[in-house]
Design a protein around this ligand. Sequence first.
Ligand SMILES: *Cc1c(COP(=O)(O)O)cnc(C)c1O
Length: 355
Amino acid sequence: MTSSALRGTPLIERYREFLPMTDDTPVISMGEGATQLVRLDKLSECLELDVHVKLERLNPTGSIKDRGMCFAMSKAVEQGATAVICASTGNTSAAAAAYAARAGLTCAVIIPGGKIALGKLAQALIYGAKVLAVDGNFDDALRIVRELSENHPIALVNSLNPFRLEGQKTAAFEVCDALGDAPDVLCIPVGTAGNIAADGMGFGEYREAGRSSRLPRMMGFQAEGSAPLVRGEVVTSPETIATAIRIGNPVRGEQAMAAMTDSGGGVDSVTDEEILAAYRMLASSEGVFCEPSSASSVAGLIKAHAAGRFTTGERVVCVLTGNGLKDPDTAIAQSGGVIEIPADYDAAEKALYGD
Ligand SMILES: *Cc1c(COP(=O)(O)O)cnc(C)c1O
């Protein structure tokens, strides 16, 4: 079936046998998942690899977060919740706000003030969430949200919530289904490390069920200024242009490290310059516009390739976690800018072809 045909079936229905669904679990869905894999022809040729990107921007709110959120929201409703809360660098808040609206629940989100991409903020607000901006970072926001959810009847939908990971692991299933088997390598950005931990579960469960024959090497990439797993310690003031992975204390760190190490992959960091170079290259050379955080998977691939960590011809999937339109400020700042001209033909001709 094509991706669009698959999208007609709710993600959690499609993979029901792999999820802790009960007869009482409602299916809260907006056509998430079934995102396309696109081959990067130029990069594949350049690196002598078979490189594909998984376009998670095709999810309803434009990021990978919808996979876990549709299931977390379904389970929250099953358990009788009437309100949900999360801390977020942006995409989780957009997803939580949208699925809560769909399910008829109220939603509160706490974000790091001034450090959230414009499009994500617009989403959380228009979907009707109550948005609190803290004078602090994601880790501060999460600490507060955890305490609130302990003191009040409000369901936590961060990736501490096990149902988030259950939904997120479907990305691994889809990669195997699309390629006929698991790839040699999976490259993915790492923030809270929920996604890479979930993918580890997904690839493992699929192989056990005989739906794939092997496990990929899992390579996770953090931004250099925000790389607690690479450094082996909490980063108290994480900094990076890649705001979705600006996280100093990854709640799924241990599980993720086990998944990466056991698979023969590992974790590494990439600089903001490397991330932005990959971000511009993906758009201008391959026609793929993702958000900066997402490009860290491709920046990481390029770095790992230079370090000799691939064999010629290997198949690699990089997860592009979110839509480039979420962060228009960075896109404009990273581009040539517009050329302003008077409204006449000669000026246009001169601007394009010179004198
Ligand atoms: C959430 C997110 C990540 C990181 O995923 P984690 O599960 O937090 O490691 C990367 N990129 C984007 C765009 C995201 O929204």
